[in-house]
Design a protein around this ligand. Structure first.
Ligand SMILES: [Zn+2]
Length: 665
């Protein structure tokens, strides 16, 4: 059927172009690599069976693991190393034996360095100035990513160097925190998560738009200094020291080792501590230190004989899925979670793994009772990689028809992977909303954790997010496991949160697709919450990075009566809906001087000082005519008398917080 084939080929090309644009240009992929590959395979098959349909502009004609459209290919000055691997102690000892044989008993040292899990890159400098960055590519030819690399803050643009030109090779990585934030942001915006920090780093370095790279917070660690493709110093260790001296980031966790036993101790030590590192590592690189000895050892066809990568075992483990339970998120989305027979994976005991949604369970072919392979790959919550064997009494998982928390109706909309509880009053949704609202980086209400939120909702103290602004110290103290001191801290942190700038409030509202970044763009474009709430879908799209999907979501959010009520209650509580571009000087307490005396009910002296200073005020030790207010607590001493005699106004803690959050003096 050549006619059908022609139509299908056209359709496939159109679809692939669409996804290519999302992936390469907009960096917002909608499909997984596997789905994309399947489409590409189908097209390639059809084209090979119908060569008459092949055209030069077909997507098959530019893919091949080579440079992407928009990046220029550049040859490396010398091949970028690809090292042999040692998978266990035995293989590392074999490597050491070969080195010793070839060096015929000469003295030598090894340099051990952590093997960061990122994307290798060569940064070129001329007259001390950064001029070009090239990805590793296939080792011989890479892609010119100069403009993107320039946005990496740890890559110096100018360095003090005696060398007229050199190249600093290293690894571009994304640290765990940046990775988690990026994925959280992508969740918010309904985009696919990155599987691990390495993919995130690679994806971020290779986008066409440098401002996206800039927003991703990449890091660059150097480990090689070369001039004209040759090592610049007689010893590798010296190169590392020189790089550090010039101001490059060089991993401090490195060591000069006298023998293989010392190397193995280094490997074991960091394998035990790898979870504590801010970035991912997958092993240790071991190199012979002396360049002369490196040259003596030479190369095999594929790799140097003077270096090896000692790889840590994959962080996988086998365990049994004992149950699958459903969690209800803030948007009402139901997430199936596997409850596992506890198992240790690289030093951490794992008892739960996310299964994302029903489709994922189907894809895995997973049933309760099965033995599965789980893996930790950067994410805090591990995932199930595959089913290893079927359990004898295995039971299929069924998505519940009613919400497991409120028994409300569950709906799965067409084209959506997630099923949702649509009851807006669902306690599970409320709890998640409060946790999101209070989270660090959002409203920063420290102490408002899961245990507290559970009690607040279960005891009926909080029916809406806005209710947290009506909580009293007495209510908190009445809760289980809540000491007066920590209850006081929570109250103080709730008060402080009223000073949060508009982007944080926008993020805190939990509008679908509005994460931290989008919130800033909206705030900048409209200047106040009310103007955002009143804007039409078209107007909303004037904000940077806000497309029709996000605009529609924001628009609908503010049309919902429950959300309107929430906004009004937050306004009454004293939250600031105007977006003030950070003022150079102070805040509500600008120009005021405070004296603290006695014991305040909640704030320590240090905290009270911080509250005053962060609002632009000053704290003084003694009362004078210049004192604006004396903040008096219990057992206030002579300062109280002094204040009275000078006629300085006395205030209490809650009045202070009121003033600091912009209340009228
Ligand atoms: Zn529910």
């Amino acid at each position: 059927m050549p006619k059908d084939a022609a139509a299908r080929v056209e359709k496939l090309r159109e679809t692939l172009r669409h996804h290519e644009r999302l992936y390469y240009v907009l960096d917002q992929p909608e499909v997984t690599d596997a789905e994309y590959d399947a489409l590409m395979r189908e097209l390639r098959d059809l084209e090979s069976r119908h060569p008459e349909l092949l055209t030069p502009d077909s997507p098959t004609q530019r893919v091949g693991g080579k440079a992407r459209e928009g990046f220029v290919k550049v040859a490396h000055s010398a091949p970028m190393l690809s090292l042999d691997n040692a998978l266990d102690e035995g293989e590392l000892r074999d490597f050491d034996r070969r080195v010793r044989e070839l060096l015929r008993g000469a003295e030598f040292q090894y340099v051990t360095e952590l093997k960061l899990d990122g994307l290798s890159m060569a940064a070129h400098y001329r007259d001390g100035q950064f001029v070009q960055a090239i990805t590793r590519g296939d080792g011989l030819v890479g892609e010119d990513v100069t403009e993107n690399a320039r946005t990496i803050r740890s890559l110096p643009l100018r360095v003090p160097s005696k060398l007229p030109q050199f190249e600093a090779r290293g690894e571009t990585v994304m640290n765990r925190r940046a990775f988690e934030r990026l994925n959280a942001e992508r969740d918010e915006r309904g985009l696919a998560r990155f599987a691990n920090p390495r993919n995130a780093a690679a994806g971020s370095l290779r986008v066409l738009e440098p401002s996206i790279t800039a927003s991703r917070r990449l890091d660059y660690y150097t480990y090689f200094l070369q001039v004209d493709g040759q090592p610049a110093y007689p010893r590798h260790w010296e190169s590392l020291e020189e790089l550090a001296r010039m101001g490059f980031k060089v991993n401090a966790n490195r060591k000069l080792c006298r023998d293989v036993d010392e190397v193995l101790r280094f490997c074991a030590e960091w394998e035990a501590r790898r979870e504590q590192l801010p970035y991912e590592i997958d092993g240790v690189v071991v190199k012979v230190d002396s360049i002369a000895q490196q040259q003596q050892l030479g190369w095999t066809a594929k790799a140097p004989r003077w270096a090896i990568a000692y790889k840590y075992p994959a962080r996988q483990a086998l365990t049994v899925v004992e149950n699958i339970e459903v969690q209800v998120g803030r948007t009402g989305a139901l997430t199936p979670v596997a409850h596992l027979k506890p198992v240790e994976v690289s030093g951490v005991t794992v008892s739960r793994a996310t299964l994302h949604n029903e489709d994922e369970i189907e894809r895995l072919g997973l049933q309760i009772g099965d033995t599965v392979v789980i893996e930790r790959s950067g994410d805090v919550i591990p995932k199930v990689v595959r089913v290893e064997s079927h359990g004898s009494g295995r039971k299929p998982f069924r998505m519940p028809e009613a919400c497991p928390v409120c028994a409300g109706k569950i709906v799965r909309e067409e084209g959506e992977a997630a099923s949702r509880c649509i009851n807006a009053n669902c306690p599970a949704r409320l709890k998640e909303s409060i946790l999101h609202f209070a989270a660090r980086g959002v409203m920063n209400i420290d102490g408002m954790g899961e245990a507290l939120v559970d009690q607040l909702v279960d005891r009926g103290l909080v029916h809406s997010v806005a209710d947290i602004y009506g909580l009293t110290l007495a209510q908190l103290v009445s809760l289980e496991r809540m000491a007066a001191k920590s209850a006081g801290n929570v109250i103080v942190n709730i008060e402080k949160s009223k000073q949060s700038p508009l982007p944080r409030i926008l993020t805190a509202l939990g509008i679908r697709f509005v994460g931290e970044r989008t919130a800033v763009f909206l705030a900048e474009a409209f200047g106040s919450l009310d103007r955002i709430a009143q804007a039409s879908v078209d107007e909303l799209q004037r904000a940077e990075e806000v497309g029709p999907k996000v605009a529609e979501s924001v628009y609908q959010f503010f049309r919902e009566p429950r959300n309107q009520e929430l906004v009004e209650r937050l306004r009454t509580a004293g939250l600031k809906f105007e977006y003030e571009v950070v003022r150079k000087k102070g805040g509500p307490l600008d120009g005021m001087t405070f004296v603290l005396t006695g014991t305040l009910p909640n704030l320590s002296r240090e905290e009270a000082t911080r509250v005053i200073e962060s609002a632009g005020g000053k704290v003084s030790g003694s009362v004078s005519r210049k004192t604006s207010y004396v903040v008096a607590g219990e057992e206030a001493g002579s300062k109280l008398d002094k204040a009275r005699s000078l006629g300085v106004e006395l205030i209490d803690e809650s009045r202070l917080l009121d003033l600091a959050s912009g209340g009228r003096a």
